[in-house]
Design a binder for this molecule. Structure first.
Ligand code: CP
Ligand code: NVA
Length: 309
């Protein structure tokens, strides 16, 4: 079998994403109220080791993958890139080939997406994208799970994205194409998502609307999503905050969405910037379900990579 890398959602495709979501729902229900470190009854990845490389900070991705592989019966080790030979200039190609002899899968968080593609080219074990500047597919599997838990079907869902056209949005757009939902994207001019990803989503059946009007973006939405206005590694773009201000998700903006609309945020949040405290802490917010769901979603990603889904 060819090695199953998970660099973007389209590597798996819509049917596999649906299978991941169904499995995540089942596994989550089967272990409700169990201690978090206790393995699932079937331990489908017993004996497997996940290596994780971080070139950027992380809380959720790091902890959720660690707990996910443990719950599947395996174990993990974390490599902070700065403390490895990778941080001293050893090539990605050599690192990929060495780690492939030592661990069963590699999760990477890095900046340039080309780096993870290179890792996948040389690795003989699955490589998983734990966030690049281009995309954050693991996050979006958790987002889709959270939406389904709220009783909302994915096909035909109306999603609104507010703020920066960033990596998380790119994976939402990819998901929209795969799972057939619609996205209205409200960004300031100049902060739109990558054209080729918008085109891909549209070509795959998603209706994608780009607007510079925040009110238009949220009108009638089933879910409203946002993220930090300044992603990791883009701190030099800090002067964009003024342009972003009208896109803050606050009560006034949320009142334009459907009455039962939910608010999602991948976290970490900057309350008072991209989201008001009233929305973040309010009854429509499902951000901590979303964070927990990283574990359940990442288990499905791992199982798919190992050919178990
Ligand atoms: N949402 C997310 O990926 O969080 P971390 O940066 O903490 O991993
Ligand atoms: N867009 C954010 C997501 C953090 C999980 C970033 O790349 O920093």
């Amino acid at each position: 079998m060819t090695v199953r890398h998970f660099l973007n959602l389209s590597d798996a495709g819509g049917d596999a994403i649906a299978a991941m979501l169904a499995d995540a729902i089942d596994r989550k229900a089967a272990r409700a109220a169990w201690p978090k470190g206790r393995p699932d009854a079937d331990q489908p990845l017993a004996g497997h080791v996940l290596g994780m490389i971080f070139e950027k900070n992380s809380t959720r991705t790091r902890v959720s993958f660690d707990i996910a592989i443990r719950q599947l019966g395996g174990s993990s080790l974390v490599l902070d890139a700065a403390n490895t030979q990778l941080g001293r200039g050893e090539t990605i190609a050599d690192t990929a080939r060495v780690l492939s002899r030592m661990v069963d899968a590699i999760m990477v968080r890095t900046d340039d997406h080309a780096k993870i593609e290179e890792m996948a080219r040389y690795a003989s074990v699955p490589v998983i994208n734990g966030l690049t500047d281009l995309s954050h597919p693991c996050q979006v599997v958790a987002d889709l799970l959270t939406v389904i838990e709220q009783g909302k079907a994915l096909p035909g869902l109306e999603a609104a994205w507010l703020g920066d056209g960033n990596n998380v949005l790119h994976s939402i757009l990819e998901a929209a194409g795969l799972m057939k939902f619609n996205v209205r994207v409200g960004t300031p001019q100049g902060y739109e998502p990558a054209e080729e990803i918008v085109a891909w989503a549209r070509a795959n059946g998603a209706q994608v609307t780009l607007t510079n009007d925040a009110t238009e973006a949220v009108a009638g939405a089933d879910i409203v999503l946002t993220d930090t206005w300044v992603s990791m590694g883009q701190e030099h773009t800090h002067n964009k905050l003024a342009a972003m201000a009208p896109f803050q998700v606050n009560d006034s903006l949320m009142s334009g969405a459907k009455g039962d609309a939910k608010f999602l945020h991948c976290l970490p949040a900057h309350v008072g910037e991209e989201v008001s405290e009233s929305v973040f802490e309010g009854p429509r917010s499902v951000v901590f379900d979303e964070a927990e769901n990283r574990i359940h979603a990442q288990k499905s990603v791992l199982l798919w990579c190992f050919g178990k889904l």
